[in-house]
Design a protein around this ligand. Structure first.
Ligand SMILES: [Zn+2]
Length: 291
């Protein structure tokens, strides 16, 4: 069996938000104020994803902060797709998800299906589309609005059906003081550049969090090992209803799991004493792989 470890274990992790709004669409704060808010909280990168507005935050980049180029494309009603690493606006209101995904890909962009739960997307719809690299497994503002920000069951159902897609947590903040800095990703990159951030999201070298941290991940002799901030529970999820392994303690800082035959992937969830969570990306398993 081949265990595909998406993590490269570069020394640095960079915190960032891939989904944010300003007064360029329906956010309450002007762009400059939103950027300052995230920078002041130690964020290393940010994407301004106003609705059907292309924004390149590169002019705000400094040695310790990177602004991405992005757009949140409206497909139909509440169906939105976040495009990162774009060069211009993506034609909105096409009523055609695949056409929108193709338009993002044509720009060399990275596509994230926004808030699948809030959009009431079905898993069957997501299975039919191609060319998205991630889905939002947690969208902060959807919890604020309607308590439906989590899409972990969508993620597992897609992963179980063989779709190799990463999980992103994002604020989607419109009212910053109430919705900012609630959900983010930590990207592991050699250096802080826009290209480095997007490339490492594309390859799954990042995790999602509302608080806990992972330090590193290793695969050794068929076992997956993770090191994390002190946790009260660590779960290894493999697409079954119950975790394949659930560890409990007062301050767990490392955990390991050896995949079993028949499993297609393993992903790790870490919960801390404040009931905050970090989610690793899936380690995909190739049972037929031969060296
Ligand atoms: Zn949004």
């Amino acid at each position: 069996m081949k265990i595909r470890n998406p993590y490269r274990n570069h020394p640095q992790w960079f915190r960032g938000n891939t989904h944010t709004h300003s007064t360029l669409s329906d956010g309450e704060w002007p762009l400059e104020q939103v950027v300052a808010y995230y920078r002041d909280r130690g964020y290393a990168f940010l994407a301004m994803t106003d609705h059907d507005v292309f924004t390149d935050l590169a002019p705000f980049s400094t040695p310790d902060f990177v602004g991405l180029a992005a757009d949140e494309v409206t497909v139909r009603g509440r169906d939105h797709i976040v495009g990162l690493r774009l060069h211009g606006v993506v034609e909105p209101f096409s009523n055609d998800h695949q056409r929108t995904l193709d338009a993002i890909a044509a720009q060399g962009g990275l596509a994230i299906l926004a808030h699948p739960n809030w959009s009431w997307l079905t898993v069957e719809q997501c299975l039919a589309w191609q060319g998205y690299q991630a889905i939002e497994i947690l969208n902060g503002v959807c919890n604020y609005l309607e308590y439906n920000g989590y899409a972990l069951s969508w993620w597992d159902q897609l992963l179980r059906r063989g779709v190799r897609v990463w999980g992103v947590a994002a604020d989607d903040a419109h009212r910053i003081p109430y919705q900012g800095a609630k959900a983010w990703i930590m990207v592991n990159a050699e250096a802080l550049t826009a290209e480095g951030i997007v490339c490492n999201i594309r390859s799954g070298n990042f995790y999602a969090s509302t608080g806990p941290t992972f330090q590193r991940f290793e695969v050794d002799a068929g076992t997956i090992k993770a090191w994390c901030s002190p946790a009260v529970e660590v779960r290894f999820m493999t697409g079954a209803v119950n975790p394949a392994l659930r560890l409990r303690g007062d301050a767990l800082t490392e955990a390991e799991y050896t995949p079993r035959p028949g499993e297609a992937y393993v992903r790790i969830e870490v919960v801390d004493a404040q009931m905050q969570t970090a989610w690793s990306q899936p380690f995909f398993l190739d049972p037929d792989w031969r060296p």
